[in-house]
Design a protein around this ligand. Structure first.
Ligand SMILES: Nc1ncnc2c1ncn2[C@@H]1O[C@H](COP(=O)(O)OP(=O)(O)OP(=O)(O)O)[C@@H](O)[C@H]1O
Length: 365
């Protein structure tokens, strides 16, 4: 199951020239405003006919400019979710959900309807009209409607951008479940790194109309050379772990390959697989194992790369267990500690530095 995209399109002197593969899971198209994300998404949706390109979904050719193939949007079998839910205002939630079935000439089987409604937690909303839904509820219905069209891929264009932080946090677990349960590629357009770090399994970094890098999200997010492009304040690597237990003082303990991590309470059962984003600016490095320190998380690590930019800062990549971390230090500190590839050290992370939104679910295998 995959979506393969290669397009080239010029708007006057601006050219978008992008190629990548989106396998099952969430492929995040990330980049600053004007990077070319919407152009790619529109070409995939069939809303823009690129001057040249080839787009193939599960072996079906959606676009092949060389052979004059360009399927219209409604024949592409792609479900769309946009920034605002775009629900039909005159239909109830149930009516909105049933709509794609009518459109495709079939109704989704009742079991499928119940499964999607259950997964998105919208069972209590079925008889409401869209104007009586919150922004987050509207988005969940919009996702449900897209899923019930039995799509072979989902395209989500900034689906959380119009929501405040609390509504975003409410909807992210549903998107995580979708990522891990729907066995289709999900193309997720966003310029918000917190969402991307939470959801992406594959990352396509775009800049100036081109794909700078594409690959597994955990690998790209731990690459110090890409940090300036991601944004130094947003840089941070992902750790995967398993919740081991909740402590009576409110901390949750998570086993990551480098050791135990103590985090502010994580609302999940022991055994749950998690992914944790540790922001590069929240790590302190020490050559010796620090003692008499308030921080609870001290992970033994080895420096694997040091990347200096133009400013006073450096990005240090570290291995802890079998995973990577990124730490942002001043050049002065890195020199004082003589940090070079191979240097053993300790990565110190304050528990409270790990924001709740940086702890998400991962696929349970
Ligand atoms: N219809 C158009 N006419 C002229 N230039 C365009 C048109 N659409 C897009 N562009 C240009 O193409 C480039 C890519 O735009 P695009 O909308 O794909 O970027 P984006 O990454 O989606 O940005 P944003 O996050 O702001 O939506 C930009 O330089 C933009 O100005």
């Amino acid at each position: 199951m995959s979506l393969s995209v290669a397009i080239r399109h010029s708007f006057g002197n601006v050219t978008v020239d992008a190629a990548f593969d989106a396998p099952e899971g969430v492929t995040a198209l990330f980049g600053r405003s004007g990077a070319g994300k919407t152009t790619v998404a529109n070409a995939v949706a069939g809303l823009l006919r690129p001057q040249s390109g080839r787009i193939v979904l599960q072996g079906r050719v959606l676009l092949d400019s060389g052979r004059g193939v360009n399927l219209p949007p409604h024949h592409r079998r792609i479900g769309y979710v946009f920034q605002e839910g775009r629900l039909f205002p005159h239909l109830s939630v149930r009516g909105n959900l049933a709509y794609p079935g009518r459109f495709a000439g079939r109704r989704p089987p009742a079991a499928e309807f119940d499964r999607v409604v259950g997964m998105l937690g919208i069972g209590d909303l079925l008889d409401r009209q869209p104007q009586r839904l919150s922004g987050g509820e509207k988005q969940r219905v919009a996702i449900g409607r897209a899923l019930l069209s039995a799509p072979e891929a989902l395209l989500m264009d900034e689906p959380l951008a119009a929501l405040d932080a609390a509504r975003k946090e409410e909807i992210l677990p549903y998107l995580e479940a979708l990522r891990d349960e729907a066995r289709i590629p999900i193309l997720y357009v966003s310029h918000a790194m917190d969402e991307v770090a939470r959801l992406a399994t594959t990352l396509v970094l775009m800049s100036g109309g081109r794909v700078l890098r594409a690959g597994p999200a955990a690998e790209l997010l731990a690459d110090p050379e890409l940090a300036p492009m991601i944004g130094l304040r947003d840089a941070g690597a992902l750790l995967s772990g398993r919740l081991t237990r909740h402590h009576p003082d409110g901390l949750s303990e998570v086993a990551v390959s480098g050791g135990p991590l103590f985090l502010p309470h994580v609302a999940a059962d022991p055994g749950t697989a998690l992914r944790i984003r540790i922001e590069a600016q929240d790590i302190i490095l020490s050559r010796n194992r620090p003692e008499g320190l308030s921080a609870l998380n001290i992970l033994p690590a080895t420096v694997t790369a040091v990347h200096s930019g133009e400013g006073p800062g450096v990005m240090i990549q570290l291995r802890t267990g079998d995973e990577m971390l990124l730490a942002r230090l001043t050049r002065r500190s890195a020199e004082a500690l003589a940090l070079v590839p191979g240097t053993p050290c300790h990565a110190v992370v304050k528990s409270v530095a790990v924001a709740r939104g940086n702890v998400g679910r991962a696929k349970n295998d």
